[in-house]
Design a binder for this molecule. Structure first.
Ligand SMILES: [Zn+2]
Ligand SMILES: [Zn+2]
Length: 148
């Protein structure tokens, strides 16, 4: 089964070139709460080359708080954000995993910015939760399967 997803209106569709849903993280930071208008974001960090997108999209770029430039890709019709890239990580895409067709089957591998988590959102007792960003070395371990 190909891993597929798309925007709210159906104009933009994508396929992720993986045999199963790639490793996904949840970020509870305030920026992600603001960007989504929700409590957290679910994202897959993966090579942009493994994302095949169809449909009419728009891109917007803006400086981020870490000194780079983040480019967001949206459906041109319904403005669902599908993924982003960052000049700090060339060739890497952050796919907004809530747009996967099988989003109801996602289990995040790791949770970050737990210190900013909305207090009513419970996490599994065995969950790996980082109070702030995930240390870079651990990021490489957790997401290695997406890059192999
Ligand atoms: Zn759309
Ligand atoms: Zn965040």
């Amino acid at each position: 089964m190909p891993i597929t997803g798309g925007c709210r209106c159906g104009a933009c569709r994508y396929t992720l070139n993986y045999p199963a849903i790639p490793v996904i993280y949840a970020c509870h930071c305030r920026d992600c709460q603001t960007a989504t208008g929700g409590g957290f974001v679910l994202q897959a960090m993966m090579p942009a080359a493994r994302l095949v997108l169809t449909g009419d999209g728009i891109e917007r770029s803006a400086p981020n708080s870490r000194g780079g430039v983040t480019t967001q890709f949206y459906c041109a019709q319904c403005l669902t954000r599908l993924y982003s890239t960052n000049t700090a990580r060339p060739g890497v895409a952050l796919v907004r995993a809530g747009t996967l067709d099988a989003s109801d089957t996602i289990v995040p591998a790791v949770y970050m910015w737990g210190s900013r988590r909305q207090p009513w959102i419970g996490l599994p007792p065995e969950a790996e939760v980082h109070a702030e960003a995930i240390p870079l070395e651990r990021v490489m371990q957790i997401f290695a399967p997406n890059f192999s």
